[in-house]
Design a binder for this molecule. Sequence first.
Ligand SMILES: *[C@@H]1O[C@H](CO)[C@@H](O)[C@H](O)[C@H]1NC(C)=O
Ligand SMILES: *[C@@H]1O[C@H](CO)[C@@H](O)[C@H](O)[C@H]1NC(C)=O
Ligand SMILES: *[C@@H]1O[C@H](CO)[C@@H](O)[C@H](O)[C@H]1NC(C)=O
Ligand SMILES: *[C@@H]1O[C@H](CO)[C@@H](O)[C@H](O)[C@H]1NC(C)=O
Ligand SMILES: *[C@@H]1O[C@H](CO)[C@@H](O)[C@H](O)[C@H]1NC(C)=O
Ligand SMILES: *[C@@H]1O[C@H](CO)[C@@H](O)[C@H](O)[C@H]1NC(C)=O
Ligand SMILES: CC(=O)N[C@H]1CO[C@H](CO)[C@@H](O)[C@@H]1O
Length: 921
Amino acid sequence: MRYLFLLAPLVGAALVRPRSQLDACPGYKASNVKQLGQTLTADLELAGDACNIYGTDLPSLKLLVEAQNENRLHVMIYDADEEVYQVPESVVPRPENANGRQKKSELGFDFKENPFSFRVLRGEEVLFDTSDTNIVFQSQYLNLRTWLPNDPNLYGLGEHTDSLRLPTTNYTRTIWNRDAYSIPEKSNLYGAHPIYIDHRGEKGTHGVFFLNSNGMDIKIDKTEDGKQYLEYNTLGGVLDFYFLAGPTPKEVSEQYSDVVGLPAMQSYWTFGYHNCRYGYQDAFDVAEVVYNYSRAGIPLETMWTDIDYMGGRRVFTLDADRFPLKKMQELVLYLHKHDQHYIVMVDPAVSNSGRCSNLSFSLILSNGSITTDNGAFNRGFDAGVFLYRDSDQNELYEGAVWPGATVYPDWFNPDTQSYWNSEFKRFFSAKDGVDIDGLWIDMNEAANFCPYPCDNAAEYAKQNNLPPAPPPVRSPPRNIPGFPADFQPGSSSPDHSPHHVKRGDAPVGARGVTEKRKHGHAEKGKKVGLSGRDLINPPYQIANAAGSISNKTIDTDLIHAGEGYAEYDTHNLYGTMMSSASREAMLKRRPHVRPLIITRSTFAGAGAHVGHWLGDNVSQWDKYRISIAQMLAFASIFQVPMVGSDVCGFGGNTTEELCARWAMLGGFYPFYRNHNELGATPQEFYRWATVTKAAKKIIDIRYRLLDYLYTSFHRQTVTGTPFLQPLFYVYPEDSDTFGNELQFFYGDSILVSPVLEEGATSVDAYFPEDIFYDWFTGAVVQGGGSVKTISDLAVTDIPIHIRGGSILPLRTESAKTTTDLRKRGFEILIAPRADGSAEGELYLDDGESLRPDSAAQIQFSFRDGRLKIQGDFGFHPNVVVEAVTLLGQKHEVRRDDASDQRQSVTKKVQIELTEPSEVTL
Ligand SMILES: *[C@@H]1O[C@H](CO)[C@@H](O)[C@H](O)[C@H]1NC(C)=O
Ligand SMILES: *[C@@H]1O[C@H](CO)[C@@H](O)[C@H](O)[C@H]1NC(C)=O
Ligand SMILES: *[C@@H]1O[C@H](CO)[C@@H](O)[C@H](O)[C@H]1NC(C)=O
Ligand SMILES: *[C@@H]1O[C@H](CO)[C@@H](O)[C@H](O)[C@H]1NC(C)=O
Ligand SMILES: *[C@@H]1O[C@H](CO)[C@@H](O)[C@H](O)[C@H]1NC(C)=O
Ligand SMILES: *[C@@H]1O[C@H](CO)[C@@H](O)[C@H](O)[C@H]1NC(C)=O
Ligand SMILES: CC(=O)N[C@H]1CO[C@H](CO)[C@@H](O)[C@@H]1O
């Protein structure tokens, strides 16, 4: 049944619900209801005496309901004066409203007038229902509760490390971005993604996106009389909901990408293997790691450097003794010559220590351990782009992070983008800077080590040894074959590059910015935020794991430049605003290629600009396991598909076994990076024999499948159809899949079932009712909706199964780099379903252009023994299809050859991918 809005009054089922003080709140009464086409508006007036529990009740609200297209309903409740803060459209652009040009909506809306409550329905199915609870809309608190079916299957509400299927009793998901070392469970982490999906099996799936950037507790629990609910408790903003009709999980993901934006496409090389660690001593160390990978025969696509490269850990500086410019340039040149890439970290906070009290002169004395370059501070200060403590701009806001006392760029300041662009242009200049290929941004929640109220950041830094003493300066320790002379023992060039020292000496003039920031507050229609709020200690306290909302971050009472938004309202946007600013700065350097940017902090929609690593985990088995649920939430639900966890674990010491298992699992993360902490046991893949073996084996498989990954990832950037998927996305009616968070689909066709426990040599893997084929043997595995124990798994094994009905475009063999990989031919692998048919696709382009001149979108289909290759052949890969393999041909097994027990037939062919063709098998 499809219909427009129902206006029928609901029959109240007057339930007794003890909600303590909130029950004193009168709710609202709807009047002046108007419906025009598929838009409904009403006035909501406070229906009794204000309860003023967490601030003051707003007397007059407005309701706006829009069926924005067939499958999206927008419901918004906001203050009549439009003074209350709303998420700026400059940060989260709103989706288009088809304005009645669409077909009828899949979603219905009905409401009760007094006290006001509403329901959202899909056909007969009630998806969202606020009846019998009064909406609370106060100056510092919003409360809205929806009833749900018992024990619902809810997913999303990031960022967290709790189960993929969320707990349904006594669960509070706090959303407030924070630096959350060791990613503890039941805790708010780095990002804010207030979307959940509610999966009801054969009754369908829908999504609910709450567009709100304020701190919040979302509670999922049952009332004393057993009624299931989900409740929003928010520190501000408006009630702004997007209901996504589904009815399948995949469609919900697609519909969500319509709201927050499609994810950014990444370059082919970014899917190669990355190595990083915090604690590389110097450029020799980094060069030697590159060399050791190559000597071990493990394909290293990209080398990374953490904050170690910085002078005194200051952004936009180099440590002149350990990572001098000349060696950095030689390192980058070496990598580029070998078709490898280089990435470094940039933090938002800029060091201001060493500046003189008159704020116009910043050269600090150096005795060689710290660079003299603090130009990034001077230039930012001159441009007025840092956050001020006061609106008269007398005093900069100071926190303390790695370099000691720091100031923070204000991304709302209209001048900050050009400041950021010019720092990138200068420091990452291809000609006389460090010519990075991608970017890593961290600490952007924003993190501040100095606890609130942080009255003296410089003193805090001093007492806490920030920046810590750098490691010793070395002369070249060992021969590193292939690297220039100054990387080899015996060389004695203490190269303080003249370029480098000069860079800090930009003349510092008087501060150009004199205009005071506007108080955008409390002006009607501006949506900038109510005045008179307690922006530090709001009366309702969210369960922030860091304590008060200003603790360990930027003070929440700071007012931003530009419109005058408060940090209280916009805190959760800081990382995502740094992300889009950094993307633009990277595009200014290389305008035609897709910038790879990996960020720690995200807000809804961040995937349109950046990817995400899952933060500072630790080398423990539970973190290895939970990485799957974390990755699935980001890739499948939040639309941030370029995602992965630090392989082998970041904090603490890994073990050979954990690192080998994690190398295998990480082979199926879209973003595949080994990363380790300062002081921990080294964990580059070449450090142990079994890890080397595991890495080589899985990288080989990953690279053979790289065009399959690239194709599926590309599709997500065009349609929002998720590449990685939990099992219930593929089998939405199989209730045994709903809680499965330890296996996953890599694209539509590959089921991955990693070994999960320390010391284990087997895994209990669930197989839905379908045909699967073992990747390694080609053997048919008939899934029966039950668990199969897969045994005898060495630490270098990971079960991989191809789903019947799939056609995979493989490279015939792997390669040392992805550049080389693109010179390999294709093998088309057909894994038919029971009726003998299968389909697949292949997307090809130049692998890096932002807007490729040409692309190929090729479809494969197999039926009655014939493979058809059709589609658009706009891009020519300059290699051919060399073989076609059909799985499941039992009679062809050569049982005499134990090393080749693939149950398949392979036909050698020479097919140019330039025009349609057919192969008979
Ligand atoms: C609910 O969770 C809180 C915090 O985790 C815990 O202290 C409390 O005991 C739990 N209550 C119930 C009834 O389980
Ligand atoms: C590289 O390998 C050599 C030889 O095994 C070893 O001595 C050295 O410590 C390794 N260096 C790094 C940075 O891995
Ligand atoms: C600021 O301090 C520096 C160093 O003490 C001094 O050379 C400079 O003249 C001062 N500038 C102003 C504008 O006071
Ligand atoms: C650098 O010089 C300063 C002042 O002369 C001194 O306090 C500091 O200990 C020196 N640092 C190192 C690493 O030598
Ligand atoms: C800030 O965090 C520290 C722990 O890191 C804690 O000891 C302190 O109580 C917190 N302060 C506030 C105001 O929440
Ligand atoms: C990790 O191992 C190193 C020795 O390699 C040791 O010094 C350190 O204490 C260990 N760290 C932990 C957290 O166990
Ligand atoms: C090695 C390490 O850093 N372990 C930490 C992991 O996280 C827990 C909290 O979740 C800490 O207690 C451990 O110290």
